[in-house]
Design a protein around this ligand. Structure first.
Ligand code: KG4
Ligand code: ZN
Length: 358
C-alpha cells in the first residue's frame, strides 16, 4: 500500500511517500526555523502563511523523489491535530482537495500518534504491550500501548513540555532557538552536578511530569549567582555549560526515572522514545540503560525522523487505511485532539481523570 503523508501542525511543512507503512520512498521537510528564530518561538500567523506558500512544492517534491505518480497512491494521511489551527488547516484542506481530485481515501492522523510510528522504519516491528514516551516541543506524554492504535496516558506534563523547557531555558541564557540542540552541545562540556536542582515531585503522588518549576529554579539561579547570559555570537562560559548540564540532567532523570518505574509495574515488551527531544544523546543513553535494567528493547527514530516529518504520519495512516478507516470531506483540524482511547480501569487513573480532565 502506497500512502502520501502530509504534516503541517507546527513549523514544518512536510510530505512523504511510504510503502506498506515501513518503507520510506521519500520524506521532504521544509523547516521554518529561520522565520521564527528571531522571535525565539513559533509565530502562528507567520507559520500558516508559510505552509500555504510551501505545501504544493513540498508535495510535488515528495512524489518526484519517490519516483511515484500521484495516481499510484492508495490513500492519503494528514495530521489533523493537535497543533496550531491555521497551520493544521493548510495540510487538512490540501489533503482533502487532493483526495477528492484523485478519488483516493484520506484519513486524519493525531500528530502524537505519528511520533509513535516514527520508529516504524528503522527498527524491528514493535511488540505489544508497548510503552511510548513522546517528548517534543509541544508534548510530553508517556503512553501505555496495549495493542496497535490503543493508547492510555500514564503520565503527562502538568505544565511545560520537555522541549519547551529546553527552549525557555536556552532563551533565558541568551542561547538561540530551538534550544534543545544548543543546550545538549553545551552540556557535553559542563559539570552536571554543578548546580543541585531537585527533581520535580507531584504533591498528590501522581507520576506526572512538571518542568516549569525547574525553569523557574534556573531563572532564580541565574539572578542570584549573577551569571551573565551569553551575548549574541559569543562563546558560552564554563558557568553556562555547567548550568546547561545540570538542567539537562534533571529533565532526563525525571523522564527516564518515571518511565522506568512505571515500566516495572506494567511490564511492556518494547519502549518507544520519540519526538524532537529524543534527538538528545544523553536522553538516549539514559533510556538504553533503563531498557537494559528492564530487559526490554528501546526503539528510537533516527534524528531526521525524531523531529516533525510526514513519513511518520504516513506510517500511522497506513494502519488506519488498512483497517478500512476513511475520513469524510468534513475532516477538520482539532487543535486539542486527544490520543487516549483505552478505558481507564484502575482507581489511580480514574481519580486523576476526574481531577485533571484527562
Ligand atoms: O517534535 P518536534 O520537532 O516538534 C514538536 O512537535 O514540538 O520537537 C521540537 C522540540 C524543540 O523544543 C527542541 O528544542 C527539542 O525538540 N529538541 C531537543 C533536541 N533536539 C530538538 N531537545 C533536547 N535535545 C536535543 N538534542
Ligand atoms: Zn512533533
Amino acid at each position: 500500500m502506497l500512502v502520501l503523508g502530509i504534516e503541517s501542525s507546527c513549523d514544518e511543512t512536510a510530505a512523504a511517500v511510504v510503502r506498506d507503512g515501513r518503507e520510506m520512498l521519500s520524506s521532504v521537510i521544509s523547516s521554518q526555523i529561520e522565520t521564527h528564530q528571531r522571535f525565539g518561538g513559533v509565530v502562528p500567523e507567520l507559520a500558516s502563511r508559510e505552509h500555504l506558500d510551501k505545501i504544493t512544492g513540498v508535495v510535488e517534491e515528495a512524489f518526484t523523489r519517490a519516483g511515484v505518480g500521484k495516481r499510484e497512491i492508495d490513500g492519503l494521511a494528514v495530521t489533523n491535530g493537535p497543533g496550531l489551527v491555521g497551520s493544521l488547516l493548510v495540510g487538512v484542506s490540501y489533503a482533502k482537495a487532493m483526495a477528492y481530485a484523485l478519488g483516493k481515501p484520506v484519513v486524519g492522523v493525531n500528530h502524537i500518534e505519528g511520533h509513535v510510528y516514527s520508529v516504524a522504519f528503522e527498527n524491528p516491528p514493535v511488540e505489544y504491550p508497548a510503552f511510548a514516551l513522546i517528548v517534543s516541543g509541544g508534548h510530553t506524554n508517556l503512553f501505555y500501548v496495549p495493542a496497535p492504535g490503543q493508547y492510555k496516558v500514564l503520565a503527562r506534563t502538568r505544565d511545560d513540555a520537555a522541549g519547551e523547557a529546553f527552549d525557555k531555558v536556552a532563551k533565558l541564557l541568551g542561547l538561540g532557538y530551538p534550544g534543545g540542540p544548543i543546550i545538549e552541545r553545551l552540556a557535553r562540556e559542563g559539570d552536571e552536578r554543578a548546580v543541585p536542582f531537585s527533581l520535580p515531585r507531584m504533591g498528590d503522588g501522581r507520576p506526572d511530569f512538571s518542568f516549569s518549576g525547574l525553569k523557574t529554579a534556573v531563572s532564580k539561579y541565574v539572578r542570584e549567582s549573577g551569571l551573565q547570559p551569553v551575548a549574541p555570537g559569543a562563546e558560552a562560559s564554563q558557568h553556562v555549560k555547567d548550568l546547561a548540564a545540570s538542567f539537562q540532567r534533571i529533565v532526563i532523570q525525571s523522564l527516564v526515572g518515571t518511565t522506568e518505574r512505571l515500566a516495572g509495574e506494567h511490564q511492556p515488551r518494547t519502549l518507544i522514545v520519540a519526538g524532537g527531544v529524543a534527538c538528545n544523546e544523553a536522553l538516549r543513553e539514559a533510556a538504553v540503560a533503563a531498557g537494559q535494567r528492564l530487559g526490554i528493547p528501546i526503539y528510537f527514530p533516527s534524528p531526521h525522523l525524531s523531529t516533525d516529518n510526514a513519513a511518520m504520519i504516513a506510517a500511522a495512516g497506513t494502519v488506519k487505511l488498512q483497517n478500512g478507516e476513511r475520513a469524510g470531506l468534513d475532516l477538520n483540524a482539532d487543535v486539542s485532539l486527544r490520543l487516549q482511547n483505552v478505558e481507564v480501569e484502575d482507581e489511580i487513573l480514574r481519580q486523576s481523570r476526574v481531577r485533571y480532565k484527562l
